[in-house]
Design a protein around this ligand. Sequence first.
Ligand code: NAP
Length: 283
Amino acid sequence: MKNIFCIGIGLIGGSFAIDIKKQHPESIIYGISRKDATLEKALELNLIDKKATLDDLNNADLVIVSIPVDATVKLLPTILDKISDKTLVFDAGSTKEAICKVVEHHKNRRNFLACHPIAGTENSGPTAAISDLYKGKTNIICEVEKTTFHLQEKALDLFRAIGMRIRYMDPVSHDKHIAYVSHLSHISSFMLGKTVLAKEKNERDIFDMAGSGFASTVRLAKSSPAMWAPIFNQNKENVIESLEEYINNLQKFKELMQQDNFSEIFKEMENTNYIKQILNGIK
Ligand code: NAP
């Protein structure tokens, strides 16, 4: 694999660039982004070897698309227009239905693999890129049967080489499940941050009193709105459904408090402790 193009060279694209370069030191990593300053930063950090544009894509062996999901929906058909027969294109978007749909009938659909690496941090941009982000993490692949077999194999070799596990799912199930385990946790964290900020106008008090519980629960509220707003938009129905269930649970908790029903509150928490076994199992 010689010519690798990263469209979007932030946390996800930059981290792929680092790990793939380790596996393929002979490769040339090209960066494509909206802002020249982002590409300059990526060059300075050695994430990419050269700057490029979409018109250079006919040279690509591999194209990794790691830009916000609304930009992916807009740009992916053009990317597929510009590649050659041998090119593998995969995306990393956190939603899958809209992305798969927009290229459903594209003549080069078989060159595209729809992916969602379940790996990340709350940081963004090229400076957030880190080595080994994907080690031991799951990559969810959707509609694998729509990708040409030898390109599937090429992608799987690459993902395994950087330490990823693979799971297959259809895009509709992906978006439904991910609303609960990822999108809802981000909203919950953003709104926890908002609630505490509104109450504690004096930021010093927050920092003085914040324990590791607050810091870890509110960590996701540091995430980029530019990345998350399009995700909530594309997965609106599922996110609203998950929010309704979450709000019902919060409401019920509040009512139990108002009724002084602390034995029921104890039971609710004890039942939810079961999450420990599940999380230990997926470590
Ligand atoms: P990020 O760190 O903010 O990087 C995204 C980069 O995309 C930005 O540096 C931005 O560069 C560039 N970009 C934005 N719009 C663009 C456009 N229209 N054309 C070309 N470049 C554009 O975000 P990220 O965390 O890497 O996320 C990238 C993708 O991975 C998203 O689809 C996200 O859903 C998915 N993902 C994220 C995570 C996570 O935890 N962060 C996990 C799994 C999947 P400029 O400065 O040039 O605008």
